[in-house]
Design a protein around this ligand. Structure first.
Ligand code: URA
Length: 220
């Protein structure tokens, strides 16, 4: 047990005893694992997921970029800085959420990974989500969204939002991401981690609870 600073309802800072649980982080799998056999990205650098195994909120992007293969952690480049802002703005702590990608390997010139890489890697992601059972999955950008929704993961409530790199590229997407960040904050508040289904217009998404952002037309 240790002591930490907490806010009390009158906004005075008080010092209270708090218990700090040790964080169990995930282990990088061996690339010789069966899912990598024959994958077109087999020889590319891999960046594994980051975060505690008991995280309740999971963020899923597409695949690691140039900075990520140097740091060995997902979302540590410019898109990562923008993602950290989303996480901070909704009152979450990055060290307490799980951040990962659908495809764990880097692609030359950061191209969209080939379909076969998605198909193989999604089995890993599925295993991660089955093990962790996060209460909310936030999917970043269209490419990740397409595969996560098509694979019909159970247990999760899924909120697809704009990819942080798209927000950095275009002010219109930045504005959309800000709106979605507010929606995410409201969802987290309402949830005390129990989220009602807002809408579910995709037939193939019936088995999972897809929380659509309030904007029509999909996310970049
Ligand atoms: N973009 C992603 O989708 N994932 C990363 O890890 C970095 C950038």
């Amino acid at each position: 047990q240790t002591f930490g600073v907490q806010r009390c309802p009158t906004h005075l800072l008080i010092v209270m005893p708090i218990t700090i649980r040790p964080i169990k982080r995930t282990m990088m799998p061996n690339k010789n694992a069966t899912a990598c056999n024959g994958c077109p990205l087999y020889d590319r650098p891999m960046v594994w997921s980051d975060g505690p195994r008991d995280a309740e909120v999971m963020f899923i992007g597409r695949n690691p970029g140039d900075v990520e293969i140097r740091t060995g952690r997902p979302f540590t480049g410019p898109a990562g800085i923008r993602l950290d802002k989303v996480i901070g703005d909704v009152g979450l702590d990055r060290s307490r959420v799980y951040v990962t990608n659908v495809v764990k390997c880097h692609t030359e010139e950061n191209k969209n990974p080939p379909q076969d890489a998605y198909r193989r890697c999604i089995t890993r992601l599925k295993a991660e989500t089955l093990r962790m059972k996060p209460k909310l999955v936030v999917v970043l950008g269209r490419d990740a969204e397409k595969y996560v929704i098509a694979s019909q993961f159970k247990f999760q409530k899924v909120l697809p939002i704009v990819h942080p790199s798209a927000a950095l590229r275009m002010p219109i997407f930045e504005a959309r991401l800000r709106m979605q960040t507010q929606a995410l904050g409201a969802i987290l508040d309402r949830m005390s981690l129990h989220v009602p289904i807002i809408s579910n217009p995709l037939k193939r998404a019936r088995k999972i609870n897809v929380l659509f952002s309030p904007v029509e037309g999909g996310n970049p």
